[in-house]
Design a protein around this ligand. Sequence first.
Ligand code: COA
Length: 182
Amino acid sequence: MTTLVAAEAASTPVDGQPHVRLATPADDVFVEDLQAIAFGPGRFSRTAFRVRERFPIDPSLSLIAEVDGTPCGSVWMTPISVDGQKGYLLGPLATHPNFRKRGAGKLLAREVARLALARGDGHFVLLVGDQDYYCPLGWDITTPGNIQFPGPVDPTRVLLMADDKSLAKSLKGSIAAFDAGQ
Ligand SMILES: CC(C)(COP(=O)(O)OP(=O)(O)OC[C@H]1O[C@@H](n2cnc3c(N)ncnc32)[C@H](O)[C@@H]1OP(=O)(O)O)[C@@H](O)C(=O)NCCC(=O)NCCS
C-alpha cells in the first residue's frame, strides 16, 4: 500500500499527460499485447527475458502508465543480485506506439527506479538499453564485460543506477537470485 501511495503521489493525473499507477492482474492482457507489439516474436530469445525466466518479477514494482485513464505503457522489475549485492533488473519498458513521445517511457523508468531504491533493500537498478535514452535519467555506463548475463548482451548497453556512483564501474559478477545478495 505504501508503494501505491508513493507511486501515485509522484504522478498526479493531468489531462492528456501520462501518469503512473501500480499494475493489477486486470492489466495482464494489455501488458502481454504491448510487449508483443513493442518487441515482436523474438522477445522470448532476448537475454533480458532469460533472466526473467530464472528469477520472478516483483509484481509490486510493475507499473502502468495511463493517459486519460487509457493504459499506454508498462515496466517490470526483477529482483536480482550481482556479486553478493542485491538490486533490480529493469525491463521490459514499453509504450504503445499511439502514445509515444509524451513522456510515458521516461516517467515509468524514473518512477520504478525511485520506488525500488526507496525500499532500501537493493543497491542498484540494472538494465540493458540505449545510453542516449537512459543516461540522462540517471543511469551510468558499466565497465564492459563486468556484469555477466545468462546470454549475450551488447556490453555498451549494460547500464546501472545507484546512489553509490562508483558502483557502475566496480560491480562485477554474474546475475544471481536476489536472496543470494545482501
Ligand atoms: C523506448 C520507448 C519505451 C520510449 O517510450 P516513450 O513513451 O515514447 O518515451 P518518452 O516519451 O519518455 O521519450 C521519448 C523521447 O525519447 C527518444 N527515444 C526513444 N527511444 C530512444 C532510444 N532508443 N534512444 C534514444 N532516444 C530515444 C524519443 O525520440 C523522444 O525524444 P524527444 O523527447 O526528443 O522527442 C518506446 O519507444 C518503446 O516502447 N519502444 C519499443 C520497446 C523498447 O525499445 N523498449 C526499451 C528497451 S531498452
